[in-house]
Write a protein of this length. Structure first.
Length: 239
């Protein structure tokens, strides 16, 4: 059934002040297609224990960042009680999902959380959950993107020194009736090669430390040791 829930729509419109405090932009009374939710919210399929469900359906959106926490909790509770009273979730509902994303500011890591309850036509309720830890790429923030550009400039400088400066110095040795390889044994050659080696080490070390392992692998390793220590974590800006 994809009809608009008129009772829910009436209640939702009677509390316009809640829209600015805790509610999102979507109305729980209106059925939204899978294509709409995918294009607007990047909501994909939900793989449950009983079946796989697309993103189409009715949804209620609430804010996490509130100006007044106590008032926001009160408004949220009122909305949930009223939706229950109006049978927003009823016997025809096959799955109820709760989705949100958590962010750890200290370690710059994210966790996508999805909890669901399936209600098959015949059988008991089937609860489930999916937690997906992830780490955004280095281009997600302006500071990290600036550092990435700096590393690219370092690589270009290193390539220029090795290719063009090295070629010119070897030609200079040859014009002086010496073997070109003696440039690498001279003070200029040792300094140039050492400088390029340092540039490469900095870029490779930062990239390897930041991108070598996913957040999920770190958490799985910590869970296997019955420990959730994040001492080894590094953000790109700290390196």
């Amino acid at each position: 059934d994809t009809a608009t829930m008129t009772d829910v729509e009436t209640y939702w419109s009677q509390r316009p002040q809640y829209n600015d405090e805790i509610r999102g932009t979507e109305s729980p009374a209106v059925w939204r297609s899978h294509e709409h939710n995918w294009a607007l919210w990047d909501i994909g399929h939900t793989i449950g224990n009983v079946d796989t469900y697309d993103a189409g359906g009715y949804s209620a959106e609430f804010r996490f960042q509130l100006r007044n926490v106590e008032s926001g909790i009160k408004q949220y509770t009122e909305d949930m009680k009223k939706l229950q009273e109006l049978q927003w979730i009823n016997s025809g509902t096959r799955v109820v999902t709760i989705s949100f994303t958590l962010y750890n500011n200290q370690y710059d890591h994210w966790l996508a959380c999805q909890m669901y309850i399936e209600s098959p036509p015949a059988g008991a309720l089937q609860p489930g959950y999916v937690f997906r830890p992830f780490k955004p790429s280095v281009s997600e923030t302006r500071q990290e993107l600036d550092l990435w550009y700096m590393d690219c400039v370092r690589l270009l400088i290193g390539m220029y020194i090795i290719i063009f400066v090295g070629y010119a110095e070897r030609r200079h040795k040859i014009r002086s009736h010496k073997a070109g390889c003696w440039y690498h044994a001279s003070l200029n050659g040792i300094c140039d090669v050492g400088m390029v080696a340092c540039l490469l080490c900095v870029v490779i070390w930062r990239s390897a430390e930041f991108e070598s392992r996913s957040t999920a692998e770190y958490l799985e390793a910590a869970a296997s040791r019955h420990s959730l220590s994040f001492q080894g974590y590094r953000s790109y800006a700290d390196m």
